[in-house]
Design a protein around this ligand. Structure first.
Ligand code: 5GP
Ligand code: MG
Ligand code: MG
Length: 184
């Protein structure tokens, strides 16, 4: 699949399917090593983390469990406010568990900061974060992201789970949108 297959909405490919796959294999190997012989519960954050979760989880040798949460950030426009509401909670009880939150992207880090303290209040043994993408803003907040796929520039990206008005999540790569898409 290339850019022309989906019309002229995309400006450029930031991370190709191959780049994502190569990095996921490295991240999975690291997670296997870190959690060897230990319990592991992967918590995917809907909807953006669907692709990362599926691709990361299937590369693990660890017999990890998978659970899902859906949250919504209140905020104006594209900025998140850090005020978060749970739309779908976990099925799993976190008491004594090693939890690894799987996320698509960390931007302001506000959503993840909230999620981290929420999950930590449920008595887990540990809570760590794996995010496929991280923007420069995230580095400024005090958020320890244990596994990061790629540090990317401060641009609005779509694909590989990430949407613009719910579209483009199904792209197998990460791309930037052409300006006319925002403007129209
Ligand atoms: P934060 O709370 O870290 O600012 O925001 C995290 C959420 O905002 C992500 O889970 C994602 O849904 C959305 N987000 C942040 N940056 C981007 C981006 O560049 N593209 C898309 N499609 N969503 C983004
Ligand atoms: Mg997300
Ligand atoms: Mg979105």
């Amino acid at each position: 699949m290339d850019l022309s297959d989906i019309g002229n909405d995309l400006e450029s490919v930031l991370l190709s399917e191959q780049q994502l796959n190569d990095r996921l294999a490295e991240m999975a190997a690291q997670i296997d090593e870190d959690y060897k012989g230990q319990d592991l519960l992967l918590v995917g954050v809907l909807k953006g983390a669907v692709m990362v979760m599926a691709d990361l989880a299937r590369r693990l040798h660890h017999p990890a469990e998978m659970d899902w949460m859906a949250v919504s950030s209140y905020g104006s426009g594209t900025k998140s406010s850090g005020v978060v509401r749970i739309l779908k909670d976990l099925d799993a009880d976190l008491t004594g568990r090693n939890v690894l939150i799987v996320e698509d992207i960390v931007d302001s880090g506000l959503t993840l900061s909230w999620l981290l303290s929420n999950l930590r209040s449920r008595g887990p043994k540990s809570v760590e974060i794996a995010a496929m993408l991280r923007k420069p803003e995230a580095v400024k907040v005090d958020l320890d992201v244990r596994y990061v796929g790629f540090d990317i520039p401060n641009q609005f990206v779509v694909g590989y789970g990430l949407d613009y008005a719910e579209k483009y999540r199904n792209l197998p790569f990460v791309g930037t949108l052409a300006p006319h898409v925002y403007e129209s």
